[in-house]
Design a protein around this ligand. Structure first.
Ligand SMILES: Nc1ncnc2c1ncn2[C@@H]1O[C@H](COP(=O)(O)OS(=O)(=O)O)[C@@H](OP(=O)(O)O)[C@H]1O
Ligand SMILES: [Mg+2]
Length: 359
């Protein structure tokens, strides 16, 4: 039976994300060096499948009864044996050098066929009852392709409530105190010296530690910035204009008196960045009324920001609700901010979005 402080879940989640991130980095480097030419598949496809297989195999080994909601299904790999073999070769060769992690994660996978079955274990419908893990093997696919920001994301929900969250962000600065550069998401920032793992357990705060390939260091406590005046804020948003309305964000920022330009970056690296105080706000404003957010795009980041002392809601000021299956059916948009200014930000979000709906 799992203990109530979730220490084992956290340890396994950290190792699983560490190993999966190592795989995504190796896919990126093979692609960049032109050595990934065995198949026509994009490196995102290969990295997505490989990272999902590694994370699920670690979860199945340790928590066989738990359900899993993951982004990918193995259908494409079953139909394309060349692609399957490319992924399999990576998965079987991605091993963390410290022995302890090998046994904790259950050793190597036995075969390519078994890998496909493992990938398909991520097909849970989710819901309001039981222990459910949410996985996004590569969040921020566009960032990954650029060598910019992306994240390997894993969260455990129990009865719809997020209890454990881990984000592997290989291209963010190691240091929590390094301010965000404006072009952090636009440039190819891929660099061996970068990389951070963010984590949180409900009621136990949020932490960061360097993303190494060896034994992981103890986590350092992280906190949202103690922002008292919202006009001093740095806000983060998506690079992709199709994922978040940059026009609405600019109007909101202007009304809040914010003069600093937004920092655009892909993936849940935005949640990690504000949780460590490198930025202040994360605004995700709906572009299309019919788009429903996926739980794997938010579960880990939501807990990490709240445990770092922030507030995370939708545009109507409702908490993100992870109890409605694979999507955030009841929420539109995401507004994450230090507690001190969240109310003020929501006031202005409602004003700007409300005036649009009247046009
Ligand atoms: N229309 C629309 N609106 C909002 N969100 C959408 C939309 N379409 C896709 N997605 C999801 O956005 C995830 C990535 O979010 P980001 O804000 O990091 O965007 S991006 O990385 O800049 O593309 C991205 O996750 P990944 O596919 O894992 O990259 C998608 O799940
Ligand atoms: Mg995603």
């Amino acid at each position: 039976m799992a203990t109530s402080n979730y220490s084992r879940e956290l340890d396994i989640a950290l190792l699983a994300v560490q190993r999966a991130t190592l795989l995504t980095k190796s896919v990126f480097h093979s692609h960049a060096k032109g050595t990934l030419n065995k198949s026509d598949a994009s490196p995102v496809t290969i990295g997505d499948f490989g990272a999902q297989a590694l994370i699920i195999s670690a979860l199945q080994h340790n928590f066989p009864e738990d359900e899993i909601v993951a982004e990918e299904e193995a259908k494409d790999l079953r139909e394309n044996t060349q692609l399957r073999d490319t992924v399999w070769n990576l998965v079987k060769d991605t091993i963390l050098p410290h022995e302890q992690s090998q046994s904790a994660l259950g050793g190597s996978l036995p075969s390519a066929e078994r890998m496909l079955d493992i990938i398909d274990k991520g097909d849970s419908k989710g819901g309001a009852k039981g222990r459910i893990w949410a996985i996004d093997p590569i969040d921020g696919t566009k960032g990954f392709l650029r060598g910019g920001q992306y994240a390997v994301c894993l969260a455990l929900m129990v009865d719809g409530d997020v209890k454990v969250g881990v984000l592997g962000c290989p291209n963010l600065p190691v240091s929590d105190s390094e301010p965000l550069s404006e072009n952090i998401g636009a440039d190819a920032t891929d660099d061996e010296r970068k990389g951070v793992l963010f984590s949180a357990v409900q009621g136990q705060g949020a932490h960061s530690r360097p993303m190494s390939t060896g034994k992981l260091a103890e986590g350092q406590s992280i906190h949202m910035s103690p922002l008292s005046n919202v006009s001093d804020a740095t806000f983060c948003e998506s690079v992709e204009a199709a994922h978040s309305s940059q026009g609405d964000a600019a109007n909101i920022a202007k009304k809040l008196g914010i003069t600093k330009p937004s920092v655009r970056m892909d993936s849940q690296a935005k949640y990690g960045s504000i949780a460590r105080g490198a930025g202040d706000l994360y605004l995700r404003l709906p572009v299309r009324a019919d788009y429903v957010e996926k739980i794997w795009d938010h579960a880990a980041g939501d807990l990490i920001v709240r445990e770092a002392g922030g507030e995370v809601t939708d545009a109507e000021s409702n908490r993100l609700d992870f109890s409605h299956g694979r999507t955030l059916l009841r929420n539109k948009g995401v507004i994450a901010a230090p507690k001190s200014v969240h109310g003020k930000v929501i006031e202005v979000v409602k004003e700007v979005l409300g005036s649009k709906s009247k046009v």
